[in-house]
Design a binder for this molecule. Structure first.
Ligand code: HEC
Length: 224
């Protein structure tokens, strides 16, 4: 059989263009901004939540059909022991039990009582939403630009020190998905334990790096 090369070209390339167009639509780049309040923003947030393994701790892994998806600690295996206690010496002190919280918009036990801005502030600055007023924060220096003078940080191992480097549109999309894209699920998670300073000493910039991120390249990096 003779193959008509020009029709092979058409058959091969047109679907490729369609696939590329579909990909662009499905995964907005960090610099594109789905309209606040739109369904696209919620879907963008869903994609970030799944690719960043939020549910690996908050419940459900990468399966949005899982019971308790993002609903927080439901079993003792989801708790963490933070501090001196280790496998070799589980009785060593200090030892704090921390528990991933319910991220569904349930009013009593989840994020329902917080605004999208409070959730954004939790992800950008690591601030506990229940202890942080619903205001725009413009500084990372305690006492300045609405940054609390005695910050109450989220307990480890919540990886906010990494997530805070996501762009504004990305963090806003996560908040949109948690508030508007999830069904409320009632699950009361006990408070995490922690030191009296709410981890302020542990989250010193010397320990966890700076926000915004330092310029490239550092001594550990090199120009490509
Ligand atoms: C390694 C485990 C882990 C991962 C991964 C993780 N979290 Fe958490 N998260 C926690 C823990 C533990 C807490 C509770 C902190 C506390 O009690 O102070 C928490 C708390 C939170 C809170 C505060 C909720 C409240 O009511 O105070 C938000 C919001 C949150 N996580 C969102 C996320 C998002 C979004 C992701 C993914 C981008 C994520 N987390 C990934 C462990 C994790």
């Amino acid at each position: 059989m003779r193959v008509n090369t020009s029709s092979v070209w058409k058959v091969g390339v047109v679907p490729l263009i369609l696939v590329l167009a579909a990909c662009t639509k499905m995964s907005p780049a960090a610099d594109t901004q789905p309209a606040p309040g739109s369904k696209e923003q919620v879907l963008f947030g869903r994609q970030i939540v799944i690719t960043h393994d939020c549910a690996g701790c908050h419940g459900g892994f990468a399966d949005p059909t899982a019971k308790g998806w993002l609903a927080g600690k439901m079993s003792p295996q989801q708790e963490f022991q933070i501090g001196a206690c280790t496998v070799s010496d589980p009785t060593a002190k200090p030892c704090f039990i921390t528990r991933p919280r319910n991220l569904t918009p349930d009013n009593a036990t989840g994020l329902g009582r917080f605004t999208e801005r409070q959730i954004f502030n939790a992800l950008r600055f690591g601030l506990r939403p229940e202890d942080t007023p619903d205001v725009e924060i413009t500084s990372t220096t305690p006492g300045q630009g609405n940054f609390p003078s005695t910050p109450h940080y989220l307990a480890p191992p919540m990886p906010w020190i990494a997530w805070r480097h996501m762009s504004d549109p990305e963090l806003k999309a996560i908040a949109a998905y948690l508030k508007r894209g999830l069904a409320p699920f009632t699950n009361k998670v006990a408070e995490s334990e922690g030191p009296p300073d709410f981890w302020a000493a542990a989250y010193d910039a010397k320990n966890v790096g700076q926000y915004p991120i330092v310029a490239f390249p550092t001594a550990n990096e090199r120009q490509p």
